[in-house]
Design a protein around this ligand. Structure first.
Ligand code: FE2
Ligand code: FE2
Length: 267
């Protein structure tokens, strides 16, 4: 199993993958997406700067950077806009699909010329060339600028950070994980991603989940987990609906840090 090559989710929809090696038994993906169309290719997020060369290698195996016309940014976290400065240069025909607030928050690190921007807010539907897309904020998120992207033609939904799950070994799809690894991992990652979920009225939360469930979904792609194919989408949504009832996970602390340092030194 390898995750250093793109994974096709539909005709001309490719998940660009990375699974950085970290200390500890689990690894967390940093994915992005390419919607390829002749003359209208869309990049969805730009990966992390620390994985720059491998990210470009996968993107260029799908599309010539000069042929990218649109770059959708889901939000302004470093693992989603890490290669944006180089994308602005190399994809010089591309319009950046962003928002007012995203641009404001990005301005501290990278300046995107306004005349290269299109602003797309949550709930808005637009055409990127011939491709119809809808911005749909996922229920769980860690930045206020977050919008997911639903591609009407392929029925693939880019869920940004939502549906992330740390994995014990590389897999293409969640169905290749033990079910309890997926279940527990999704809930644990979700509560770390969006600790505010514990303060949310479960009824309101389920309404947010229903908004995604109402999409006609062929696949869900997360920046931080294996692909979710159609047969697994209902279970993923059921898990997400439970998130407010999931007890908040204790994050690793100083004791765990010292154990990691000792293990690193002993290796
Ligand atoms: Fe994020
Ligand atoms: Fe992220």
């Amino acid at each position: 199993m390898t995750t250093d090559q793109p994974l096709a989710l539909a005709a001309d929809v490719h998940l660009v993958r990375s699974l950085p090696g970290r200390d500890g038994p689990e690894r967390l993906a940093i994915n992005s997406l390419v919607l390829r169309s002749p003359g209208d290719t869309v990049l969805v997020d730009t990966g992390a700067a620390t994985g720059r060369d491998a990210w470009w290698e996968q993107v260029e195996s799908i599309v010539d950077p000069g042929d990218v016309r649109w770059v959708f940014l889901s939000h302004d976290d470093a693992d989603h806009v890490g290669n944006l400065p180089e994308v602005l240069e190399r994809c010089d025909q591309a319009t950046i699909v962003t928002s007012w607030q995203l641009g404001e928050r990005l301005a501290a690190t990278v300046s995107v010329p306004l005349d290269r921007c299109r602003w797309l807010n949550d709930g808005e539907r637009t055409a990127l060339g011939e491709r119809e897309v809808v911005a749909v904020r996922p229920p769980a998120f860690d930045a206020p600028t977050t919008r997911g992207l639903y591609d009407v033609a392929s029925k693939v939904y880019w869920a940004a950070d939502c549906f992330g799950v740390p994995v014990p070994h590389p897999v293409d799809e969640v169905s290749q994980l033990d079910r309890d690894v997926w279940d527990h991992g999704l809930l644990r990652f979700g509560s770390l991603l969006s600790p505010w979920v514990a303060q949310v009225d479960p009824r309101r939360w389920r309404q947010a989940v229903s908004r995604v469930a109402a999409l006609d979904l062929r696949a869900v792609a997360s920046a931080h987990g294996p692909a979710i194919r159609q047969r697994d989408v209902d279970h993923a949504l059921d898990l997400l609906a439970e998130l407010p009832e999931h007890p908040e996970e204790a994050a690793p602390g100083q004791r765990e840090l010292e154990a990691l340092i000792a293990a690193t030194r002993a290796a």
